[in-house]
Design a binder for this molecule. Structure first.
Ligand code: PAF
Length: 290
């Protein structure tokens, strides 16, 4: 596996392969890789000949009060996972090469980014959209994979790829969960043992909402009540937001039709967790988002 730091070298490698007709797959990450990333890498392998994983803790998507400085950076472990999974290039740019002096362009996707994570973290999606656009420009992949856990991020990336004609196929893969249902996340390491025991209540609440909708609850407020009551049983949990939305537009629903996404963010102590489940009513029975 090659480790590439320079954006120019990364692009040269990709362009060389593209000229030979090689299909390039890409998994962008901020490192601290876990089995969710591993699943994305494995899924990518099925669709491409050459695979790039980027590891870049993107300062532009953190607010000054957030965890940029403490975000886990176990680079040796991350590289080992990439090697194990047969990744061809680990692209590890630096902040200075990504955002050199004079850098000023910001990519925004106003409507998708407006609500939910966008309200709680107003600067966040500008940073994500900008870095993803840059990474696509540098890596020049044919396809890129994202996890469903970051549902709104995936919707934003799809939108920006379409709007800016970036020509990258976006594949979104199901959330990978711990056996007790907690969605895998690089930030789970921040949970104390007690908080970790509490955390699966989030998925249980989302699942309770999903089951209620599948049983015929059509009223989004009732689905919300079911989820909120379960979360209220855990005094350590504070709800940041909890929403029943249209999966395409992310606008809140009053009445649930054929599809909805139940999504939210909670805090347990100082740790913020996000998660979601998609509900489809009618038609074929769906498998839980595991
Ligand atoms: O999901 C993430 O890890 C990040 O938001 C991404 C897409 C790598 C951009 O920094």
């Amino acid at each position: 596996m090659r480790i590439v730091h320079s954006p120019a070298a990364m692009t040269a490698w990709s362009e060389g392969l593209r000229r030979e007709g090689v299909t390039i797959g890409f998994v962008p990450t901020m490192g601290a890789l876990h089995d969710g990333h591993r699943a994305l890498i494995r899924a990518a392998r099925l669709h491409c000949d050459a695979l790039v994983v980027s590891i870049f803790v993107n300062p532009a998507q953190f607010a000054p009060h957030e965890d940029l400085a403490t975000y886990p950076r176990p680079i040796a472990k991350d590289r080992a996972l990439c090697r194990e999974e047969g990744v061809d290039v680990c692209f590890e740019p630096t902040t200075t090469t990504m955002y050199p002096a004079g850098f000023q362009t910001v990519v925004t996707v106003p409507s998708v980014a407006r609500r939910w994570e966008g309200e709680s973290r107003p600067h966040h999606f500008g940073g994500v959209a900008t870095v993803v656009t840059k990474l696509f420009g540098i890596v020049r992949p044919h396809l890129a994979l994202f996890g469903q856990k970051d549902f709104q991020q995936a919707a934003l990336v799809r939108r920006l790829v379409k709007d800016l004609d970036l020509g990258v196929r976006i594949i979104v893969r199901p959330t990978v969960r711990e056996p007790d249902g907690l969605a895998m996340s690089s930030r789970n390491v921040y949970l104390s043992p007690e908080e970790r025991r509490t955390a699966p209540i989030f998925y249980r609440a989302l699942e309770a909402g999903r089951k209620a909708v599948e049983r015929g609850v059509k009223d989004a407020a009732s689905a919300q009540t079911i989820m909120r009551e379960l979360l209220a049983g855990e005094p350590a949990v504070r709800i940041d937001y909890l929403a029943v939305c249209d999966p395409a537009t992310l606008e809140p629903l009053t009445t649930i039709g054929r599809q909805a996404v139940l999504l939210g963010a909670i805090r347990i102590g100082s740790v913020r967790l996000i998660d979601n489940v998609v509900v489809k009513t009618g038609g074929k029975k769906r498998r839980p988002d595991r």
